[in-house]
Design a binder for this molecule. Structure first.
Ligand code: MRU
Length: 354
């Protein structure tokens, strides 16, 4: 199944907190529960969060008792605020919600039932397009991967982080299917261990050769000539090319630069935020100290210890060799070239709407 699905008025999600030990599917009939599932990371990964929020707003439309267009818009705005607040860093969440609200305002009907159905259809389109977009990125990105490449990867950017297929891991999967004989160094990705739990699980299912490493091993591997390229995803890319991604990404980029290793970011144009001028303006989520004091359910730090737990960091654009999007590989100057691909996306969308 897909990571997030709409099934006849019910939102279904793979409960990623249980993987790799148990494969469980959670069902949601209330948009507030969808917001909670995003916060608690049943679903995670920027594009998957966007799709889940989209379905959440569609649920809110079905839940609403509104009988007039104005009442429905009121209810949708309230749901927007709840879903928007679920997690702050991945811009795909806001992108999906804005796309749906834009649709509501641009419909040439104020028939409440028609608006509800249009929202459900658009949320489904967001999910379907995500899969298509990922496959386009994979084809562009695979061109950057040489035969026998040893690739270092951080966090989880696979099918589980999207609706299906994945971003950076999607590129790696494509390169593997093209017979490039790739090998992946999988960062475990403390504190939530998305690498050890989810990326290892996905790569093993796909049959991609991989080795799990402690995050702290990455620098040594790069220094000792065992990494040909680093490939990661993104939660938000600012207009100047600064990249917010899972905590620890910046350290990888800095060490890659020091060792002349290309550092690639793979992300759809829905992750590019031209309204945010640079990384300094990207909100960085801070999560529960328990993620650091515990591994799984086991406490490893003394009771009462002080903890700081930022979930993301910023990699400055100067450390990013290229950004792979569904419109091709974007290279510096990012300010100019990111704007170009975003404008192209908007032109394509307008053409499809006509
Ligand atoms: O906290 P998470 O697991 O949601 O963080 C996910 C990441 O940082 C991914 O690298 C990013 O969302 C891109 S996923 C296609």
């Amino acid at each position: 199944m897909r990571t997030v699905e709409w099934d006849n008025g019910v939102v279904k999600m793979i409960d990623q907190r249980q993987l790799p030990h148990r494969f469980e599917v959670a069902e949601f009939r209330d948009y507030r529960e969808v917001a909670r599932a995003i916060t608690e990371m049943y679903v995670r990964g920027a594009p998957a969060i966007g799709a889940a929020a989209g379905f959440g707003l569609a649920l809110a439309a079905l839940q609403s008792k509104a009988t007039t267009f104005e009442e429905l818009v009121q209810d949708l705005k309230a749901a927007y605020d709840v879903l928007y607040a679920a997690r702050p860093t991945a811009v795909n969440l806001r992108w999906a919600l804005d796309r749906l609200m834009h649709l509501v305002y641009s419909l040439e009907t104020d028939d409440v039932e028609a608006v509800r159905q249009a929202l459900v259809a658009e949320a489904q389109r967001i999910a379907d397009e995500d899969v298509e977009t990922n496959k386009r990125m994979a084809r562009h990105g695979a061109e950057l991967v040489p035969a026998n490449a040893r690739i270092l990867h951080h966090c989880n950017t696979g099918a589980l982080a999207t609706v299906d297929w994945g971003t950076a891991l999607g590129v790696i999967r494509m390169a593997h299917e093209q017979g490039k004989n790739v090998h992946v160094w999988v960062d475990e990705t403390r504190p939530r261990l998305q690498g050890a739990r989810l990326t290892a699980w996905e790569l093993m299912q796909w049959g991609v050769p991989m080795t799990l490493i402690a995050d702290n091993a990455a620098g040594y591997l790069m220094y000792s000539g065992q990494v040909d390229l680093v490939m990661v995803g993104a939660d938000r890319i600012a207009a100047n090319g600064d990249v917010a991604n899972k905590i620890g990404t910046y350290k990888l980029a800095a060490v890659a630069k020091d060792n002349n290793i290309p550092f690639y970011v793979v992300a759809p144009t829905s992750t590019i935020d031209l309204h945010t001028p640079s990384g300094d303006a990207i909100p960085i989520e801070e999560r529960d100290p328990r993620e650091v004091t515990h591994v799984g359910n086991e406490r490893i730090a003394p009771e009462g210890v002080n903890v700081f737990n930022p979930a993301f960091d910023i990699t400055p654009a100067r450390l990013v060799t290229a950004i792979v999007t569904e419109y091709g590989v974007v290279r510096p100057p990012y300010e100019e070239n990111l704007r170009r691909v975003v404008e192209q996306t908007e032109r394509d969308r307008r053409r499809k709407e006509e």
